[in-house]
Design a protein around this ligand. Structure first.
Ligand SMILES: Cc1cc2nc3c(=O)[nH]c(=O)nc-3n(C[C@H](O)[C@H](O)[C@H](O)COP(=O)(O)OP(=O)(O)OC[C@H]3O[C@@H](n4cnc5c(N)ncnc54)[C@H](O)[C@@H]3O)c2cc1C
Length: 491
């Protein structure tokens, strides 16, 4: 075998996944046709669950120090914003970090962990065999083959890997084509984030690091299936003036672009030795700024499972659980994004009334607002357990218990938490044990003596100390790890 995993695509998802696999000792080759990363930042908004994910891998500090913090999110750019305060996270805010920076930081991490990245190389196809997958790659010196255990398509919405695998990309094409511009402003509005919506159109404005501002928006003319051509600065400026009455002294555009509301999801995230993650697995309107977040969380879910298979300790069905868990999350994101698109592209008097109604519900119904905030932030993701008798928190994301759980997860291993004295010796190929004082637990953890947290931060099991050993045993085969030394509870 030339390498254990080939990843097609050095976007944020491919780079994050590469780091996850290396953390578990898996050999990885990443290829990407781009000679240099794109200078333009499609993505900007990093939501609370992704902030937790970054903290759980020791990657958060530069994001926090460079990013601009906003204590609330939005739903369909409605005037009433979603308060992230009650979400029960150490990080109740969104960060504005340009995608170029995110990719640089994730790329640095991957390279520090020993990932090989070949730029100017693209995956063109593969031949899946019984014990390996032969991946065809085209580079500057021609075509060659790399033999691997698995191929992961992180190659974006037009994924070559997905097409070569014959996996359907099911959904709808664009019926709305909105626009964005990154510009400097001599006279920004007094309050940013800024949003306005009327029969004339919609405009949202956020700050980007480096004194740049990003406008996104649309007008009734955007509700079309026709491609409107390259966006010029003149058209962009005229659009902003037509909706807001001002150009805010804009100048020096660094990026102008259009984007649509095509909404598609791969029918399967896993097929034989081929897996899909990120935009290769799902695509939707950027409304709400969740695509990159969703993709990074796919990679977090996939990385440790694939590594467990390659390291020889995965129980049956662990890798299949990747599709089962993440496909339903992708569907839910498409649902809420399409709902927002409907609210953001109906400029008729009836559409404006609907916006008023939903906005006032957000303002006056805390539970409604909380549910939307949970969905947009990614904190509401839940993988329901098969066992009806499992503890009610099973499958939910575990907050930073004791203020130290996220640090413990930096190891990329399962974390066995003891709240009530020792659970005794447990042996597992990929586990550490930590004690947390009971007094530091949120009320819903009352009565729990011990908890087993998966490497991606979701609860595998919670219960009585005496049951911990069996719960741990259920997460791995009896076979001792092939690549990894067995670890007896590290304290
Ligand atoms: C206008 C806009 C604003 C957005 N704002 C946000 C936001 O605020 N927050 C957010 O979370 N998301 C946002 N998104 C979505 C986000 O940008 C994407 O979800 C994210 O880029 C997906 O990452 P990815 O790594 O899956 O794919 P990509 O970023 O598309 O990366 C795919 C990589 O694969 C490479 N590739 C292509 N073909 C091959 C091949 N054959 N072999 C090898 N490599 C290949 C490409 O060169 C590319 O580098 C926005 C998107 C748009 C368009």
């Amino acid at each position: 075998m030339d390498t254990q995993v080939v990843i097609a695509g050095a976007g944020p998802v491919g780079l994050f996944l590469a780091g996850e696999l290396r953390l578990a000792g898996v050999s990885v080759l990443v290829v990407d046709p781009l000679a240099e990363p794109s200078p333009h930042s499609k993505g900007l908004i990093v939501h609370p669950r992704t902030v937790e994910v970054l903290a759980s891998r020791g990657l958060l500090e530069p994001f926090l120090s460079e990013g601009i913090t906003m204590p609330s999110g939005h739903f369909a750019a409605l005037p009433s914003r979603l308060d992230y305060g009650p979400l029960g996270t150490d990080f109740p805010f969104v960060l504005s970090v340009p995608q170029t920076r995110t990719e640089k930081l994730l790329g640095d991490n991957a390279s520090r962990l020993g990932v090989e990245l070949r730029r100017r190389h693209r995956v063109t196809g593969f031949d899946e065999r019984e014990r390996e997958i032969a991946v065809t790659i085209e580079g500057p010196d021609g075509s060659y083959e790399v033999r691997a255990d698995y191929l992961v398509g992180c190659d974006g919405a037009n994924s070559t890997v997905r097409a070569a695998a014959g996996i359907d990309y099911v959904g709808t094409t664009s019926t709305v084509i909105d626009w964005l511009g990154d510009v400097s402003l001599d006279n920004p509005p007094d309050t940013v984030p800024y949003a306005t919506f009327s029969g004339k159109g919609a405009v949202m404005l956020v700050r980007m690091p480096g004194g740049v501002f990003r406008f996104v928006g649309g007008t009734p003319r955007s509700v079309t299936t026709d491609w409107l051509g390259e966006l010029t600065f003149e058209e962009f400026r005229a659009n902003i003036i037509s909706v807001t009455g001002s150009d805010f002294g804009m100048h020096s555009p660094t990026w102008l672009s259009r984007y649509g509301n095509a909404s598609r999801i791969a029918s399967s995230y896993a097929q034989g030795r081929v897996l899909l993650a990120g935009d290769a697995a799902h695509q939707h309107m950027p409304t709400g700024g969740v695509g990159l977040n969703l993709g990074v969380q796919d990679a977090m879910n996939l990385g440790w499972k694939l590594a467990a298979v390659l390291n020889g300790w995965a129980p049956d069905g662990l890798l299949a659980g990747y599709h089962d868990e993440r496909h339903q999350v992708g569907e839910a994101v498409l649902e809420i994004t399409q709902a927002q698109t409907a609210l953001m592209s109906n400029y008729s008097p009836d559409g404006l009334r609907l916006r008023d109604v939903i906005s006032s519900m957000i303002e006056t119904m805390p539970e409604f607002s909380f549910t939307l905030a949970e969905r947009i932030s990614g904190l509401g993701v839940h993988y329901p357990p098969a066992d009806p008798d499992a503890h009610p928190l099973t499958g939910r994301r575990v907050p930073n218990l004791g203020g130290t759980l996220f640090d413990s997860l930096n190891s990329g291993r399962y974390v066995l938490l003891e709240f009530n004295g020792s659970v005794g010796e447990v042996t597992h190929p990929w586990l550490i044990t930590r004690s947390v004082a009971r007094g530091e637990l949120p009320p819903e953890w009352a009565g729990v003596d011990a908890a087993l947290v998966r490497p991606d931060g979701y609860l595998a099991w919670a219960g009585a100390a005496g049951d911990a050993r069996a719960a741990v045993a259920a997460t791995s085969t009896a076979t001792v790890a092939r690549q990894t030394e067995p670890v007896t509870a590290v304290r």
